[in-house]
Design a protein around this ligand. Structure first.
Ligand code: HPA
Length: 247
């Protein structure tokens, strides 16, 4: 199985509706088993590899995802561009539920995750540049595709990666806001930096599925999260389909 393009689907996107599955491989590698088999798919004629981050069925919580095995498996199968899809909570005013955000920065608040390939048996200590954590080249293509397809997106923002699996306290969200974060999710790191370590162009497309803790009077329920997922994921898929045609 070989393709330049990888898609990592998050909560609400365990499979890609409307795409044809051409092949399936386990993707096992020296870092272990990826969350699910890799699916070779055709997105309107463009080949891509799809990986469900939380497994199929959806069963692996964010802190238990084997991010290294996932990224390594994609690289092993020829992937050099990853579209990562993430469900997030909205913190700042332009991130209301239903919005699609293309973050351009991350702050990492996670802990105890296996977060690097440069860990053992090193010939030399390696520090990757991570000033701009997402690929500007692919972000720009997504912005063009959004324009062409008249999809409303927010073209920048800072993603706070939290440990989970619990949601945050209101005080934690206030702190993230003071830190300059716009959205909060549990899976953005170490995925993004592992991709950079393997020289993969990585972008995140975030769907806001709830107001972050303390940002609305309403309780955060799985039902309301699910309703935003159902309506938003199709838009994201449309955006990716258009983008893969122009890269
Ligand atoms: N916090 C963290 N992760 C999330 C949230 C949230 O509010 N919503 C979806 N993923």
């Amino acid at each position: 199985m070989n393709s330049d393009i990888g898609i990592i689907g998050g909560t609400g996107l365990d499979s890609l509706a409307g795409s044809e599955t051409l092949a399936k491989v386990t993707g096992d590698n020296i870092y272990g088993e990826p969350s699910a088999p890799l699916l070779s798919i055709s997105l309107e004629g463009v080949n891509a590899i799809f990986l469900s981050r939380h497994g199929r069925p959806h069963r692996i919580p964010p802190h238990k995802v084997n991010y290294r095995a996932n990224i390594y498996a994609l690289k092993n199968n020829g992937v050099n561009t990853i579209f990562s899809i993430n469900a997030v909570g909205g913190i700042t005013v332009n991130t209301k539920p239903g919005s699609i955000i293309l973050p351009d920065q991350i702050i990492d608040y996670t802990y105890s995750r296996k977060h690097t390939f440069f860990d053992e048996d090193l010939e030399s200590v390696t520090h990757i540049d991570f000033t701009h954590p997402y690929s500007e080249k692919i972000r720009n293509k997504l912005i063009i595709a959004a324009d062409k397809t008249q999809t409303n997106i927010v073209t920048s923002g800072t993603y706070a990666a939290t440990q989970g699996p619990r949601l945050e306290t209101a005080a934690e969200i206030s702190r993230l806001e003071k830190d300059g974060c716009d959205i909060v999710g549990m899976t953005g790191m170490p995925e993004a930096s592992l991709a950079r370590e393997l020289d993969i162009d990585y972008v995140s497309i975030c769907l806001v599925v709830n107001w972050a803790a303390g940002k609305s009077e309403e309780l955060i329920t799985m039902e309301s999260i699910r309703s935003h997922i159902d309506s938003g994921m199709n838009k994201i898929l449309g955006l990716i389909k258009h983008t893969v045609k122009i890269i």
